[in-house]
Design a protein around this ligand. Structure first.
Ligand SMILES: [Zn+2]
Length: 119
């Protein structure tokens, strides 16, 4: 059920009819846009504020999971509680798949525009 994405150089070799068929196929594979969550999951150790803690000697606490997100022109890191980790991973993975599909749909539309076939 995986769909190998095509590079734009490959798209230029397809007929308009094939581009339209491929665009329809890709659009049909988009799933659950309501679960979109853009970001990158990180696993990191942290140090705390107490003097003399083992983390001050490099034995960090964790590792904990964080979601790095880029919004409103800056990146932030949000702590992901263990109970939310699986759901967060699923949302992020689904979003990456959808964005790959949207990227190729956009490249197809660009190719259609170049050929004056965008409707
Ligand atoms: Zn500590």
């Amino acid at each position: 059920m995986t769909c190998k994405l095509m590079a734009s150089s490959q798209l230029t070799e397809l007929s308009v009819r094939k581009l339209l068929a491929r665009r329809r196929l890709l659009a049909g594979r988009l799933s659950e846009p309501e679960r979109t969550l853009r970001g990158v999951l990180l696993r990191e150790g942290r140090s705390c504020s107490s003097e003399g803690c083992r983390c001050r000697r490099g034995e960090l606490h964790g590792p904990y999971t964080y979601l790095a997100v880029y919004t409103e022109g800056r990146s932030r890191t949000i702590y992901v509680p263990a109970a939310a980790r699986a759901a967060t991973e699923a949302h992020v993975a689904l979003t990456q798949r959808n964005e790959e599909l949207l990227l190729e749909i956009s490249q197809i539309n660009l190719e259609l525009l170049r050929r004056r076939a965008l409707e």
